[in-house]
Design a protein around this ligand. Sequence first.
Ligand code: UTP
Length: 475
Amino acid sequence: MTSENMLEKCEKLLKKHNQGHLLTFWQQLDDNQRQSLLLQIQQLDFNVIDGWIERYVKTDTPFKLPISLKPASSYPHQADKGPTKRKYEEAARAGAHLISTGRVGAFVVAGGQGTRLGFDGPKGNFPISPVKNKTLFQIFAETILAASQKYNTTIPWYIMASPLNYQQTLDIFGGSNYFGLKPSDVFIFQQGTIPNFDFDGKILLADKSTIACSPDGHGGSFRALCKSGAVDDMKKRSVEILTYWQIDNPLVKVFDPLFIGLHSLEKAEMSSKALIKAHPKEKVGNFCLVDGKVTVIEYSDLPDELAEKRNADGSLAFSLGSIAIHIINRKFIEKLNCGDTRLPFHRAVKKIPFIDSAGNLVKPREPNGVKLECFIFDALPLATNSVILQTVRSEEFAPVKNADGLESPQATKQMMTERWAAWLESAGAAVPRKPDGSVDCVIEIAPSFAIDKDDVEKKKSRIPEIKSMDRLYLA
Ligand code: UTP
């Protein structure tokens, strides 16, 4: 087809779908810009996009609370006696077996923009460890290396980046020798993007030849894992299970044999860890049952009377908060990718820079448009079976979200020190504490020393005396 024909076809298509403005600056573009814009337009399925605009962009459909909503049930954090204890022992053995036989891969989503943290570059490159200032990427790479050694196996690491940080992510890994991992065992891939819209459903331009797009959310990972070839790589390696976590939570126990084992014994397709919410309206998703299926209801969608509802013993009825730690079966990812299953979009009203009709770049002060994202937890109700295992906040959840205050780097570092102090104390070491009970030194335990509490117990002879104000690094 000649380029005139292509242009004509494109003009017709855009006009039909009310997006003709995308070619406003055609006459001012050079050949490369024209080609690039046509390519971007060709990649969009406007029939599908029209549906999104009606359903998600033009209207802010209020959330409809499902009638059959109940609290989800969960496995307790620990089982001290009886049949549950025996089940946990069996599960931990099964989980360890799956890891050591190479059936488990690691999967982190790292495609977010980290707007709240305001850090330049991929969030994985954010330095966070309290003594050595290791980055999130380095901490997880060392964890995977240590687990591979502990279980005497090879654990592949799948990292989802977005088109906005993919190249930087590759450069970071390349520039640091993959933090000691074999490059062939690290699979970095890109998630998809979704155009940004104004409130009338018009697609925004980021510049005269570029459509404004943003990553399609962590829920985009199901599609991206398949499209990128990550699932094929898993098949080649006989990897059946992915442990999923988010790049900003350095406390996560990436390889938890108990969690993996319970998931496997229960024949679950996708499972989750949960914590008991600190208060009724804590800003985490709520694990619920809808028509018997595990479903996460966002904190903003759970009515106050349900959020506040209490059991006879005073505990919250809807007590289980989602912390974005999951196990996902490879076959479940494949299942969601055949046919036309699509996770629902969530609508976020944002300030989106754009080019106005006169060709000027506008940086709005007020929200001017809509970004659409899919969330990973929306896959849970699609799983035939799903396990929830409780965990403890101080052991596993300290995300770095904000530049300061709640969930800031400072708060996360403090929680890292506190957790490692607890590990040392449970192995019998004396950790200096202030009168208010907080740790009076800085502690960092490298994954090469311990990836969980039990590893510390085995190495307790190597723990030195710890003094107040020390900066202790164990590796
Ligand atoms: P957040 O929802 O915290 O978003 O992502 P964010 O982009 O990191 O930060 P803000 O909201 O802009 O401040 C939770 C996790 O999901 C990943 C992030 O990288 C983080 O690990 N994520 C988010 C993706 O991989 N892709 C996305 O499109 C969105």
